[in-house]
Design a protein around this ligand. Structure first.
Ligand code: AQP
Length: 331
């Protein structure tokens, strides 16, 4: 708690152009905590380098991710918005927690297994210990609530386990966080391969809708989206393509699955896909406009980053001095 407010922390990697998966699964939910919680939203650039990045692109995307946070409704006066590498305590605590995390635990992480397959030329130690750094991000701020997509459930469980283990050894040190996973949006899947997660690093551009895509691009991608041969808009596990489109439509329109099924009863997939594309493009238009306005003022983004890092570092220092003392480091 800070004052009488519970603490919220979350982050997004500047590892690619952000997708509607990042938007619906995570960022859109962030602003609902702004009023009643103390919120820390971080651009997690240290995580991004677990996969090789082009330096100029990483720098540009760091600004862009911050601007997108703000364009999605995060007011810098009500939320602490900052860049992970500007607060060195993340890396410091990450190392310490590595020493309280078991090799077997990290080996079981499905994201590590997936990413090792995708990046078989660069299975680096950072990719393996990524969940420990994520635990450090969260535990550093004595976080109560972590809004993330359901794909992060396993990492969050591990963060809780590491925090509990540390508390068991040294006495109460870290708040044990709870996840906040929106059951409305679930996991947004690839438009080309609807049994895989929509991911910003996917090389198939048609599989992914980016938050900043033009309306034409959004419409074209939904038009090409993989469905099935049944020609019936119905939510069902054995219809992953159609169900994914229904989830996206529901997220942008607020309609229930029953309403959507009724709306497209007797109509073909063509009409349905166009409606999903329209709803998505219209929903994203205000974000795109605001993003363009924010990106035109880099000095303001830098001021937001600086103020955010100063404030985050202040709270991080408190935890770090407690952790150092408990472990037995000389102060
Ligand atoms: N497809 C998704 N559906 C719902 N939520 C999602 N998130 C990501 N993809 C989906 C949520 O977005 C937040 C930020 O994710 P991240 O940038 O930290 O990393 P990620 O989960 O690895 O996202 P990507 O898009 O798949 O990135 P790459 O391709 O770089 O690995 C998280 O809360 C995540 O749950």
């Amino acid at each position: 708690m800070i004052g009488d407010k519970k603490i919220v922390f979350s982050g997004v990697q500047p590892s690619g152009n952000l997708t509607i998966g990042n938007y619906l699964g995570a960022i859109k939910n962030f602003s609902r905590f702004s009023e009643d919680y103390k919120t820390f939203y971080c651009v997690v650039d240290l995580h991004a380098i677990t996969v090789r990045q082009v330096p100029a692109e990483l720098r540009r995307r760091t600004y862009e991710t911050l601007a997108l946070y703000m364009a999605c409704g995060l007011d810098e006066k009500k939320n602490t918005l900052f860049v992970q590498s500007h607060v060195p305590a993340h890396a410091e605590l990450g190392w310490m927690l590595d020493c309280y995390t078991m090799f077997g635990e990290l080996s079981r992480m499905t994201q590590f297994k997936d990413k090792s397959q995708k990046h078989s030329q660069n299975i680096n130690a950072g990719l393996f210990t990524y969940p420990t750094l994520m635990a450090a991000d969260i535990l550093l701020y004595q976080t109560d609530i972590v809004p993330v997509g359901v794909d992060q459930r396993q990492h969050l469980e591990l963060a809780r386990d590491i925090g509990m283990r540390f508390n068991q050894i040294y006495g109460d040190t870290f708040t044990i966080p709870e996840g906040y996973m929106s059951t409305d949006t679930m996991k947004i899947m690839s438009l080309a391969e609807p049994t895989s997660k929509m991911s910003k690093s996917d090389t198939n551009q048609n599989a992914v809708v980016y938050i900043l895509d033009s309306k034409d691009d959004v419409m074209r991608k939904f038009k090409k989206a993989v469905t099935d041969s049944e020609a019936c808009v119905r939510y069902s596990e054995d219809k992953p393509g159609v169900s994914n489109l229904m989830s996206i439509y529901r997220a942008f329109t607020g309609k229930s699955f029953e309403e959507i099924e009724r709306e497209f009863d007797g109509k073909g997939y063509g009409d349905f896909k166009m409606a999903v594309g329209e709803a998505c493009a219209d929903g994203l238009a205000p974000v795109r406009d605001e993003f363009a306005r924010l990106m035109a003022d880099k000095a303001h983004l830098e001021a937001v980053m600086k103020a955010g890092a100063d404030e985050a570092a202040y709270f991080a220092r408190k935890t770090m001095s407690k952790v150092r003392r408990k472990i037995g480091f000389v102060n």
